[in-house]
Design a binder for this molecule. Sequence first.
Ligand SMILES: [Zn+2]
Length: 463
Amino acid sequence: MTGHRFDPTILREYDIRGIVGETLHEADANALGRAYAKILTGTGGKSVAVGRDGRLSSPALEAALVAGLSESGVDVIRIGLGPTPMLYFAGHTLGVDGALMVTGSHNPGSHNGFKMMLGKKSLYGENIKRIGTIAAAGDFVSGKGRVTERAVKDAYVARLLQDFRGGKELNVAWDAGNGATGEVLQALTAKLPGKHVLLNEVIDGRFPAHHPDPTEPENLLQIQDTIKRFSCDFGIAFDGDGDRIGVVDGDGNILWGDQLLVVLAREIVAAKPGAQIIADVKASQVLFDEIAKMGGKPLMWRTGHSLIKTKMAETGAPLAGEMSGHIFYADRYYGYDDALYAAIRLLSIASRASESITAMRRRLPAVVNTPELRIPCADTRKFAVIDEVKTRLSRAGAEVSDIDGVRVSANGGWWLLRASNTQAVLVARAEAADRAGLNGLIAQLTAQLQESGVAMPPVPTHS
Ligand SMILES: [Zn+2]
């Protein structure tokens, strides 16, 4: 059998992603189906669910993927168009042995890719490398799998609603960003009490309104305007495939991923004192301190949705979150990142609490910090730079955590430098109690980068 070579840039740490017609083609989707089938059948599995997002290239990639799977003897249940967490839901509830999603997540319409589960776990890292090796060798299995279609939207929406605990009625703005959550969002809000203002709820793979990425403030301008115009209690935005959430309070202020996690954690820790709450290494010290103060056990872990999910399963933590807006509930739910489910829990909290989400945000200790800084650095150098910085800092006796890159405590604040797993960049953040402290930290970081021959770009800040 002839082998298939993927463009080396598309096989990434947590998923497969490329530019359609340039680095990613239908032949890749077919070869992925065949190589995935080899891994699946090797573990004794024989059936999968397959879903797709609303990108214009997704139907053709999905068809090629399904063909590759079924030519390898794997039975496929096609669930069709919807968000990534709906596919994860299918993976957990349809009695299948794995699941594959065709999605370019929050990236521009010209991009696309795949997220995968093997059993009930994320398929990532070594297994993605294996997909490349199996395909290159043409080391496939053959057979004739059955292909069926099954709509899961109603069951998924019902499952989301099952955990809604309502109190007072709310007025909420929602922005689906023309992404894959649109239809589910319409069905969900139609059944929720209160007033719901929907933006960009029509799925459109060209993303005409704005980029479907709620971690970029410019993509939240429309929902901020809507909150003001309709006096909404708060607003919720989703990324292109619904595994990341963005929240804006009633004042129009963004609740960053770590601030949202504080709000969500309070309910969990109140019910389960001592509960472990996991957040990634990019999160504010405020988050870890607040979780400890409320009686929970904060755990800092490596950035990356697959890594966080794996750590959660290992520790039994009921809740985890990332700065990037991935929120993971194992409390009453399956432990995967589902922004629609996180929205339901946030709505429940907001409708039952005596205090508004806006007041909860205002009450968080004020700090000044930088957003995520992305510093260009060659793939061949990025990990070496981290090692060099680590060595110099430990020689200098600095207080350093090396869970993921280096996170340095200094000046009553901290700074982080880590190598991106997916791009030729170093990622940095810094946070301090005040502007002067932050400037001191940025100077330290800049000096460390300079010593390793990396130039620091200009630094914007938000408080
Ligand atoms: Zn996403």
